[in-house]
Every structure is written in structure tokens, then in C-alpha cells.
Design a protein around this ligand. Structure first.
Ligand code: ADP
Ligand code: MG
Length: 237
């Protein structure tokens, strides 16, 4: 018997709702619960748009993504993804963590890592199928790294690591992509490939939010920008 991984698998998203909507959202980390990492965030991200989430280190960019990806519980406020509460359609959201947050020494091949992007679709006791591998290869090709498929992730350069992480996110085939500093400290070739992939995602009607603290160099890449400072939304400085 097939047991669905997602209990709300058949929930119908509201076609007119924003991709991400937050109202008065605050969040903090358990070990420092007295300090709020996100304060009263209200925003609405139109579906199909590309948005830069701009702010210096410690501004709360990653925290906002973790709340939207349902990895960190907000302490107050409301969050909706495509008009539905968090968790209702978890396959439709993918969070690409910062490169520095990954253990690159872990014994895993590039293909293995990219196929983990398909795990959200696997039910209980189900294993990867041909279509999952097809999606993974498609993502590797899109990032021009198919020749790295069987390489251990410990042997990658910084730019290659970034492209592998993006391939993993693409393999999930989500509708809302939360990309955490994908353009930070990458080589020129990777930068161009990532920019091309962002444009392709947009052309496919996907919604992307990209965290960055180098917005000036990336201006023109996005439709909108949301500025964060000390956990709060602010205007451009
Ligand atoms: P950004 O991604 O913009 O650099 P973060 O969301 O990582 O900012 O951090 C926002 C605030 O939350 C900072 O004050 C940071 O020190 C704190 N913070 C982030 N991650 C953790 C964590 N895992 N545990 C405790 N505090 C954290
Ligand atoms: Mg961050």
C-alpha cells in the first residue's frame, strides 16, 4: 500500500494567492530565545517574480528562509505559501542553504546529493525511480556539471559546490525557490550559469527569492528587492 509522505498531498493551491505571504512574523532560536532574529515581518511575494532579499550578515535573511521553508517555527504571525498554511504543500518550496552550512567532507557523490532533492516525493518504503534520476541528470546538465556526477562532493571547488546545490534544488522541481546567497564568492563562470538558471526559472513561471548582501553588483537581476536589517524590514540605505 502506498502511504503518502505529504498528508496534504491533494490540497488545491489558490491560483491567485502570492507565492509567499507573511504577516507580523517573528522568530527566534531556542538557545537564544530572549533575542528575536526576525521581528514583525510582513511581506507578499508575487508568484512568478524574482526578488532579492538584501541585508548584511546577521540581518535575518537565512532565518526568514528557514521560517518560509518550515524548518524553523515562527513564534508569532502568519505565513502562507501559495495561499496555504506552512507544510500543506512542502514539495512546492525548496530552500537552498548557504554553501558554508554544508559538511562537504561527507562521503557522497554529486549525483547522490542531487537526487536527495527528490526525497520529498518518496513515500514510505519507496526508493528512487527512473524519473527521479532523469530529473537529477536534467538539473546537472542545466548547471553544466554532468561530468561531475560521480565525483565525491569533497573534491569540488567552491563554484562547483554552489552549482551542485542549485542542481539539487532544481531536481526538486519546486515552484518557490529560496536561494541563500548563491552568488556569494563564486567564480565568473558559475556566476553566469547561476544567472542564466535564475532567468530560466522565471521564464518557467517559478518564483525565486535570492538572499544577497552584494545587491549593487546584482541589480537588474531581480524584479523586486526586500531589505532587512537587524531582523526587520527596512528601506534601501
Ligand atoms: P543572515 O542570513 O542575514 O546573515 P541570520 O538569519 O543567519 O542572518 O541571523 C539572524 C540572527 O539570528 C543573527 O543575530 C544570528 O546571530 C542569529 N542566528 C542565526 N542562526 C542562529 C542559530 N542557529 N542559533 C542562534 N542564533 C542564530
Ligand atoms: Mg545567512
Amino acid at each position: 500500500m502506498f502511504i503518502s509522505y505529504c498528508q496534504h498531498r491533494h490540497s488545491t493551491p489558490n491560483p491567485k494567492a502570492p507565492a509567499l505571504w507573511m504577516q507580523d512574523v517573528s522568530a527566534s532560536y531556542e538557545d537564544v530565545a530572549d533575542r528575536v532574529a526576525l521581528k514583525n515581518i510582513s511581506l507578499s511575494v508575487t508568484r512568478g517574480s524574482s526578488t532579492a532579499l538584501v541585508g548584511p550578515n546577521g540581518a535575518g535573511k537565512s532565518t526568514l528562509f528557514k521560517v518560509a521553508a518550515n524548518l524553523l517555527k515562527n513564534s508569532s504571525g502568519k505565513v502562507e505559501i501559495f495561499g496555504q498554511p506552512l507544510g500543506a504543500c512542502h514539495q512546492r518550496v525548496v530552500y537552498l542553504p548557504q554553501r558554508s552550512g554544508i559538511d562537504w567532507e561527507f562521503p557522497l557523490s554529486v549525483l547522490d546529493l542531487v537526487t536527495t532533492g527528490r526525497y520529498v516525493y518518496l513515500g514510505w518504503l519507496r526508493s528512487l525511480e527512473k524519473k527521479d534520476y532523469d530529473k537529477a541528470w536534467e538539473a546537472l546538465k542545466s548547471l553544466s556539471i554532468e561530468d561531475l556526477a560521480h565525483r565525491q562532493i569533497a573534491q569540488l571547488s567552491g563554484g562547483q559546490q554552489q552549482r551542485v546545490l542549485i542542481a539539487r534544488a532544481l531536481a526538486q522541481d519546486a515552484d518557490l525557490l529560496l536561494l541563500d546567497e548563491p552568488l556569494n564568492a563564486v567564480d565568473v563562470q558559475t556566476r553566469h550559469i547561476v544567472q542564466r538558471v535564475l532567468n530560466e526559472q522565471k521564464a518557467q513561471g517559478k518564483t525565486t527569492i535570492v538572499a544577497t548582501h552584494y545587491f549593487k553588483q546584482e541589480e537588474g537581476l531581480y524584479d523586486n528587492a526586500v531589505y532587512l536589517k537587524d531582523g526587520e524590514i527596512c528601506t534601501a540605505s
